[in-house]
Design a protein. Structure first.
Length: 742
């Protein structure tokens, strides 16, 4: 495919493409290439080949005469070539090349006509020569074409590698633009709401002239699953991102595929690789290797926690993590093709013995190790392994990433004075910068990071770990919907591990007074009542320093395997104080206050999401008209304990809580008769579609935010229902999914 096709896609690369189309500069090098087949007898044979070329008068004379016959002195390439070689000869061979015209002017046309001329076929069998020689024109043209094609490919490989960055620059610029437009729109909306005297005019604002195309984009691009109805639910051993992300990733994959297949100059009579199949194999192997290396910084950039791109575009960690995974997969596939291509060329040129000889070259075996490490990273990063063996995934991911980057550095170090390390160093800088910001976040929460103490308790009835972390020296105020990484310093073997948890709510100093006397494990429920004496005994068992003074952050953690299982074991018998590090906050708070109506569809500990938002949404300055929470919970004991947390917020008539108890209740009669105001408790799984449809009908053309956090099937049902509401004409519907996706 001709390069002009690609330039129409990326006009920013025109200067680079122009550099790749050079031709005249290969003329002196073509003469040098043809004479590389000859051996002259006027130098000592024990000298190195390069030194003999500097000291051989016959070769220098032949080279100058070839320049004079085939090249244009005025284009400046001959003086440049001579200057470079003269400098090397002066430093390494102890001689200076003679002036060009001093040699050429001594040779008359008659003398030149007497010189032997050799073709490419004869050059291979050239004996040791005792006179100057000239190549035949066809031989020179073959050398020139060989060099022109080879170096064109070398340059275009790098040009196409930079196209990866042009693609993401365009995409992220679009994201920044849409974010700015959204901020401007929200500011104007607030100004309009401030001066509006009649709330009945609000629907008119929702039906602005931009609402129709905006609703169309939400319905067909940003909200739906990529295919069918599965988005959060895994498809086999992998997950498929939402449609907008999938289209972006597909475009990136297509770009890589096109650029790996485009612009190959295959020439007849090539002196390096006579067969066109060999030329294609060499060029394709180089192309895939260079573009794979160019993708490295993107992989590291998209995989960092403190990604400035998240702040600029407003896209969440899950979006960039999907870009990180697919950029890594593309780079890995390209590295595998690169390695296989070179392996085939080596076997073709000398068989297995030649292949074994290459393993003595450090750049070669480092390249092979880099490809192996990248391939293992890909295998160990499948969704099934990440989900079932997260800690194994995390350790192998870090170790293999270091191995891949380290071995890749030494693989490319010897080429062109190490200039390919331009793609290696940014990866290291990104890694260091990310770790520095992580450390700063820990210090911002508590500069005495070694002494942060959390009270952790476990309720076996609800199978829930309750963690309360005091904010004694916190510098960054928590925001609704944000999450924090938690390190437990008591586990010396696992002190390096950290896991993200969504902040449930911030407990006030008054609310913290009950922690010492009423840990979660002693909270009353309709099925498990505790006497006063048992509460007192629990209090006596609790550590004396467990009191929490001041505000604190509360986390609700469902124990599974690994980190959460160890957390549960710490406090299995009684509440315990653990030394922790808190890194955060992360994530961006969804601007739910901008919506008139909000529906939360949550399951299990996902109830932490609405709990973290409610105080903000129901504040005196909020314009939110209604908040509905549909919560599916398995354990009735969990429900009983959480109602205590919701109770202060359920007095607001704008808030309703619809609880669906899916386990632990045999019959409707088991549901308590007396529930807090605004709470409805039913048995069985919720009908997510009906809940979304009812909220959309109640909202009409007003804005409605649907927030899902819970089991993957529930999230997919909420997404599907949101798309259906958009199709039914409810343009104010927006869908948000609060989940942390590795």
């Amino acid at each position: 495919m001709h390069i002009a096709w690609c330039t129409t896609l990326f006009i920013f690369s025109l200067a680079n493409v122009a550099d790749a189309l050079r031709s005249g500069n290969w003329c002196p090098r073509a003469c040098d290439l043809t004479l590389g087949y000859a051996t002259f007898n006027d130098t000592d044979p024990w000298l190195s080949r390069k030194v003999r070329q500097c000291r051989s008068d016959l070769r220098i004379t032949s080279l100058y005469l070839c320049f004079d016959e085939f090249c244009n002195w005025n284009d400046g390439e001959i003086p440049k070539f001579l200057a470079e070689n003269s400098k090397w000869c002066d430093e390494h061979a102890g001689v200076t090349l003679p002036p060009f015209h001093d040699i050429v002017d001594r040779w008359t046309p008659e003398d030149r006509a007497q010189l032997p001329r050799h073709s490419a076929e004869k050059a291979i069998k050239w004996p040791i020569l005792n006179t100057a020689v000239l190549p035949e024109k066809d031989f020179f043209e073959r050398a020139f074409t060989t060099l022109d094609a080879a170096f064109f490919e070398y340059d275009i490989h790098l040009v196409y590698g930079w196209y990866m960055y042009y693609f993401w620059v365009i995409l992220i610029s679009f994201g920044i633009g849409t974010r700015l437009l959204s901020l401007i729109t929200n500011i104007r909306r607030r100004e309009w709401q401030a001066v509006a005297s009649d709330e009945s005019t609000a629907p008119k604002h929702q039906r602005g002239f931009l609402s129709l195309p905006h609703a169309w984009i939400k319905r067909y691009v940003t909200v739906p699953a990529a295919f069918g109805e599965r988005c959060s639910q895994p498809l086999g051993w992998c997950t498929i991102p939402p449609r907008a992300q999938t289209l972006t990733i597909a475009a990136f994959i297509l770009l890589n595929a096109v650029l790996c297949c485009a612009s190959y100059r295959l020439t007849d009579g090539n002196l390096y690789w006579p067969k066109k199949s060999a030329q294609l194999l060499r060029f394709a192997s180089d192309r895939t290797g260079i573009i794979s290396l160019a993708n490295f910084p993107l992989v590291w950039l998209f995989g960092m926690r403190n990604d400035v791109l998240m702040w600029l575009t407003g896209w969440g960690f899950g979006t960039y993590n999907a870009f990180h995974r697919w950029a890594a997969r593309v780079a890995t596939l390209q590295a595998v093709i690169h390695s296989l291509g070179y392996t085939l060329m080596i076997f073709d040129s000398g068989g297995f013995a030649h292949f074994l000889a290459y393993w003595k070259k450090h750049y070669f075996w480092n390249g092979e190790l880099a490809t192996i490490a990248m391939s293992l990273l890909l295998v160990f990063s499948f969704y099934g392994i990440r989900r079932a063996h997260y800690e194994f995934f995390l350790v192998t991911h870090i170790a293999l990433s270091i191995a891949a980057l380290w071995s890749m550095y030494y693989h490319v170090e010897i080429f062109t004075n190490g200039e390919w390390n331009i793609f290696i160093w940014p990866c290291l800088f990104v890694w260091i910068f990310d770790r520095m910001l992580r450390g700063l976040r820990i210090l911002a929460f508590d500069w005495k990071f070694w002494s942060t103490k959390a009270i952790v308790s476990y309720d076996p009835a609800s199978n829930l770990v309750h963690m309360n972390v005091p904010m004694l020296r916190n510098r960054i105020a928590p925001k609704p919907g944000t999450y924090y990484y938690i390190y437990v310093l008591n586990d010396l073997l696992y002190v390096h591990q950290n896991h993200p948890f969504t902040l449930a709510y911030v407990a006030s100093p008054k609310e913290n007074e009950h922690i010492r006397l009423s840990p979660v494990s002693s909270r009353p429920s309709t099925r498990h009542s505790n006497s006063a004496s048992s509460s007192e005994s629990d209090a006596l068992l609790a550590p004396k320093h467990a009191e929490v003074s001041g505000a604190s952050m509360v986390y609700l953690i469902r124990p599974y395997d690994g980190f959460t299982s160890r957390l549960k074991k710490h406090c299995l018998s009684r509440p315990k104080t653990l030394r922790v590090n808190i890194e955060g906050p992360y994530g961006h708070s969804v601007p739910l206050r901008e919506y008139s109506n909000i529906l939360f569809v949550v399951g299990g500990t996902g109830v932490a999401v609405p709990l973290s938002h409610l105080a903000h949404l129901l504040g005196s300055e909020s314009t939110v008209q209604s908040v509905k929470i549909v919560w599916a919970v398995r354990e009735h004991a969990f429900l009983a304990s959480m109602l205590q947390e919701f109770k202060p917020l359920l007095g607001d008539e704008r808030c309703t809580l619809e609880v669906h108890v899916t386990q632990g209740v045999e019959h409707k009669d088991d549901i308590p008769d007396h529930t807090p105001r605004g709470v409805t408790i039913v048995v069985g799984r919720p009908n997510v579609h009906l809940s979304v449809e009812g909220s959309a009908q109640d909202a009409g053309q007003q804005s409605l935010a649907i927030v899902a956090c819970g089991p993957v099937k529930m999230a997919d049902e909420a997404r599907k229902a949101s798309v259906q509401m958009l199709a039914d004409g409810f343009r104010g519907v927006d869908y948000f999914e609060e989940s942390f996706k590795w």
